[in-house]
Design a protein around this ligand. Structure first.
Ligand code: CO
Length: 201
């Protein structure tokens, strides 16, 4: 193997281990994909979706981008949500942010180059919208931390208004939205208590 031979070696070992543990592992996955959860998380390499919630391949449908944004105008994210809800029929959509998020931190810094800045701009807008609360905090670390949480809550609120999500609820499909935050410091997830399983009253 000419490029990244160690990764191919890891992969062969991994595949061998799966079959040793469960001989039907791959044939079962080939036949059906029926995850119950859609994970919308940050692209950060320190937040590996399946690993931190102990779910095996086949159990978590995943979309990741910088700072776990759910933008109605982002066809990538929207297609994932549509497919997960309408085709896979997931029962849960979990937006998981994390403390120490570089994307959120960037909203407090100088402009980046495009196209990154166009993405960060959404976080700058959110920072501005919550300016009073954030400015009252003692330092920038606390402000970044709080914006990480506010960002998750904002994305869950966006999800709640999406036609795909509302449509599922109207059809009587059981679908719950969740907002979580992961702490890089101790590996633990905290529920931000912004869950929702019906449209706004
Ligand atoms: Co991040």
């Amino acid at each position: 193997m000419r490029f990244l031979p160690s990764l191919f070696e890891n992969n062969r070992r991994w595949a061998r281990e799966q079959v040793a543990r469960d001989p039907d592992f791959f044939s079962r996955l080939c036949a059906i994909q029926a995850p119950e959860h859609l994970w919308i998380g940050c692209a950060d390499s320190r937040v590996p979706a399946n690993e931190i919630v102990g779910l095996a391949p086949g159990e978590l449908f995943v979309h990741r981008n910088i700072a776990n944004l759910v933008l109605p105008e982002d066809p990538n994210c929207q297609a994932v949500i549509q497919f997960a809800v309408e085709e896979l029929g997931v029962a849960h959509v979990v937006v998981t942010g994390h403390y120490g998020c570089g994307g959120v931190k960037a909203a407090f810094g100088p402009p980046a180059r495009e196209p990154l800045e166009g993405w960060i701009r959404h976080l700058r807008d959110l920072r501005r919208a919550h300016g009073t609360e954030l400015d009252a905090l003692p330092d920038e670390a606390a402000r970044v931390r709080r914006l990480c949480e506010l960002n998750v809550a904002h994305q869950v609120a966006t999800l709640r208004r999406l036609p795909v999500v509302r449509g599922a609820w109207e059809r009587g499909h059981s679908l719950t939205l969740h907002g979580w935050i992961y702490d890089l410091g101790d590996g633990l997830i905290r529920d931000l208590q912004v869950s929702s399983d019906r449209p706004e009253a």
